[in-house]
Design a binder for this molecule. Structure first.
Ligand SMILES: *[C@@H]1O[C@H](CO)[C@@H](O)[C@H](O)[C@H]1NC(C)=O
Length: 200
């Protein structure tokens, strides 16, 4: 019996050591994802926020600026993707001219949103502490709000003409997702601005 005990004990010790090696990493990983979860709780769409950002936890760590930057990056990428989808939709043969026009109108709004998000990202990359900080953050907030407004007006053409159906449904799905991501990014930008304000 005792002959089996030693190897078993050694194996148990070995496993414990393995856990000791693994633990610090998972603990930090957990802190990072918890930070994202906590930060996302101030947004209007916390689940979307968490799902879109948690894969970048290792890069974001607990840095509110990188968090805001990543949220803007994710938003811009989704907005660009929507624009591609809308262009393809507008090229479908057999759409009613009024449907094509509504898709193209929406695509134009999305194009404006892309410019504004791009501008915000450029500026966020140049934000520095000091007297300019508030001007820069205020510009960024203005541009991201403008992007949100553009996205919100995207469906106007469809609503005005009571257009329903598959094209409208696809445009709506993409537009809503992009608007929710933008709203979340704006909330995280506001959090970053106020976290800086809390600094001495
Ligand atoms: C944002 O995207 C750019 C270009 O795609 C990349 O270089 C940058 O590292 C990203 N920043 C963050 C914080 O994710």
């Amino acid at each position: 019996m005792e002959g089996y005990l030693m190897p078993a004990l050694l194996l148990a010790l070995h496993i414990l050591q393995l856990f000791n090696h693994i633990n610090p990493c998972t603990a930090t990983g957990k802190t990072n994802t918890q930070y994202i979860k906590r930060s996302c709780s101030v947004t209007i769409y916390p689940r979307l926020c968490y799902h879109s950002l948690s894969i970048y936890a290792g890069k974001i760590k607990t840095d509110p600026k990188i968090l805001a930057h990543t949220a803007l990056n994710v938003t811009l990428a989704a907005t660009q993707e929507s624009s591609v989808i809308m262009r393809r939709l507008s090229e479908i043969h057999g759409l009613k001219p009024i449907e094509t026009a509504a898709v193209l109108d929406c695509m134009e709004e999305i194009g404006d949103a892309i410019d504004e998000l791009q501008q915000s990202l450029d500026e966020l990359g140049h934000v520095v502490r000091g007297s300019n900080f508030w001007f820069q953050m205020s510009d960024i907030q203005t541009w991201v709000s403008a992007a949100l407004t553009d996205e919100d007006t995207c469906m106007d053409g469809f609503e005005e003409h009571h257009l329903r159906g598959r094209v409208e449904a696809v445009v709506r799905r993409y537009t809503v997702n992009v608007a929710h991501l933008t709203s979340n990014a704006l909330a995280l930008i506001n959090s970053y601005a106020s976290s800086k304000a809390a600094l001495p």
